[in-house]
Design a protein around this ligand. Structure first.
Ligand code: NAD
Ligand code: UDX
Length: 413
């Protein structure tokens, strides 16, 4: 760990204490890891779970012991929150419901989590003159202007109609019954509130808009370290399909486009924000990789190829199947058509650029997924087949939840 660190303007960085809310999640776990291994800063890690940061908390002999402290609390109702924010120099708020499967099926929880529950955090930071880094989302841009242009319009080729820019792009959401947008709308309102606290009360803030950060520890694998009926974000959905040898499900044909950035690249950007307050305060930053754009169908094809390479297992003959969004997510789902971040502001303020190609980030991530989950999945599948066989021998109905299991069952009989 470097003890002497300089900021981008050549000044010595003093060690600070960070109150990190949602530290036990995907981004939080990587940020804690980075702060512990490369900086002298202290972290008060707040979350309801700590499974993803357990390796940083135990044993006591770790190099950084004493610099990270876990507080199990729910910010919805815990009177310790203000005191913890007061103890820190900087608060980073990552806590949120942020999986699309929840937005239209649990819109109230989504709005409460992303707006109402974030309010006291903003208030305590403002009242106690504490700096805040708040995690918003690229979803605040909603759909692109391009998506409303006629299919044959030459303007569709003009980046002005699709590249998403913090200070000029509009936020375009669907109608109210498209409850998918409950998340984006709640995030937009909390951004506006933070901005207003900055303008009227002098709150020192930075807003981060992540563009599909992916990597190890993202979400969960259904039935292994999360609910079997749960629907995580696309990286974990496709990883789960690959691990179980079942086709990857393409929602509405997989035509939507996304840019994916490697979590380790993105964390570098957050560290620059933490350590360069003069350059980061008052700004909203897109953090993504404009060079890693694919359709979801292309992502599925690439993940299938990469997984074959890292696992040594052959791909299925038909590696993908189409599924309607209504069937997959339920009524009220809608989608962002395309998400390319403009990088001008983060480049100018922090000199940050993403480095890792989509192929490389998928290779390291799927190597991790295979190493972490392949055995557990095999065991779970054998157990299920065992149940099926005993069910059949008892004259019960044969149930095979997945194509993979169905094939395995046929072979076993
Ligand atoms: N991963 C991405 O690509 C991405 C993209 C856009 C926005 N974001 C935003 O970044 C933030 C972090 O995302 P993530 O991918 O790490 O998600 P995550 O779900 O892995 O992490 C969120 C963490 O917050 C915790 N949390 C939620 N509600 C809480 C509460 N009431 N009290 C205490 N803890 C609570 C959860 O337990 C979880 O550990 C979110 O605000 C999300 O909206 C992430
Ligand atoms: O199995 C799947 C899962 C997802 N998809 C599709 O893949 C695309 C990406 O889905 P994700 O679950 O990763 O979520 P999205 O990119 O739509 O939104 C995400 O990005 C912004 C963040 O705030 C959140 O992390 C999340 O809302 C969507 O078009 C979705 O419909 C599939 O085709 N198949």
């Amino acid at each position: 760990m470097a003890t002497t660190r300089m900021d981008l303007d050549g000044r010595l960085i003093k060690p600070i204490t960070i109150c990190m809310i949602g530290a036990g999640g995907f981004i939080g776990s990587h940020l804690c890891e980075k702060l512990m291994s490369e900086t002298p800063h202290k972290v008060l890690a707040l979350d309801v779970y700590n499974d993803k940061i357990k390796h940083l908390l135990e044993p006591d002999s770790l190099l950084w012991a004493g610099r990270i402290q876990f507080h199990r609390l729910n910010i919805k109702h815990d009177s310790r929150l203000e005191a913890l924010i007061k103890m820190a120099d900087l608060t980073i708020n990552l806590a949120a419901i942020c999986t699309p499967a929840d937005y239209n099926t649990r819109p109230l929880d989504t709005i409460y989590s992303n707006f109402i529950d974030a309010l006291p955090v903003v208030k305590y930071c403002s009242e106690n003159n504490k700096r805040l880094i708040h995690f918003s989302t690229c979803e605040v841009y909603g759909k692109t202007i391009q998506s409303f242009l006629p299919k044959d319009s030459p303007l569709r080729q003009d980046p002005a109609y699709y590249v998403l820019k913090e200070d000029t792009s509009p936020c375009i959401f669907g109608s109210i019954e498209k409850q998918r947008w409950s998340y984006a709308c709640a995030k937009q309102l909390i951004e506006r509130l933070i901005y207003a606290e900055g303008a009227e009360n002098g709150l020192e803030f930075t807003i981060v808009r992540p563009f599909n950060w992916i990597g190890p520890r993202m979400d969960f694998i259904p039935g292994i370290d999360g609910p079997s009926e749960g629907v995580p974000r696309v990286l974990a959905c496709f990883s789960n399909n690959l691990l179980r040898h079942e086709p990857l499900k393409l929602v509405d044909g997989g035509q939507s486009q996304r840019t994916f950035v490697y979590i380790k690249d993105a964390i570098e950007a957050v560290l620059l924000m933490i350590e360069n307050p003069d350059r980061a305060n008052g700004h909203i930053f897109n953090v993504g990789n404009p060079n890693n754009e694919v359709t979801v169908r292309q992502l599925a094809e690439m993940m299938t190829k990469v997984y074959t390479k890292v696992s040594g297992e052959p791909a299925l003959e038909s590696p993908t199947i189409d599924v309607s969004s209504k069937e997959f997510y339920g009524e009220g789902y809608d989608d962002s058509d395309k998400r390319i971040p403009d990088m001008t502001i983060i480049n100018k303020q922090l000199g940050w650029n993403p480095k890792t190609s989509l192929w490389d980030l998928l290779e390291s991530t799927l190597t991790y997924q295979h190493r972490t989950y392949a055995e557990a999945i095999k065991k779970a599948m054998k157990f299920k087949v065992g149940l099926v066989i005993s069910d059949v021998s008892l004259g019960g109905a044969l149930f095979c939840e997945t194509v993979g299991i169905a094939k395995f069952c046929q072979e076993s009989f």
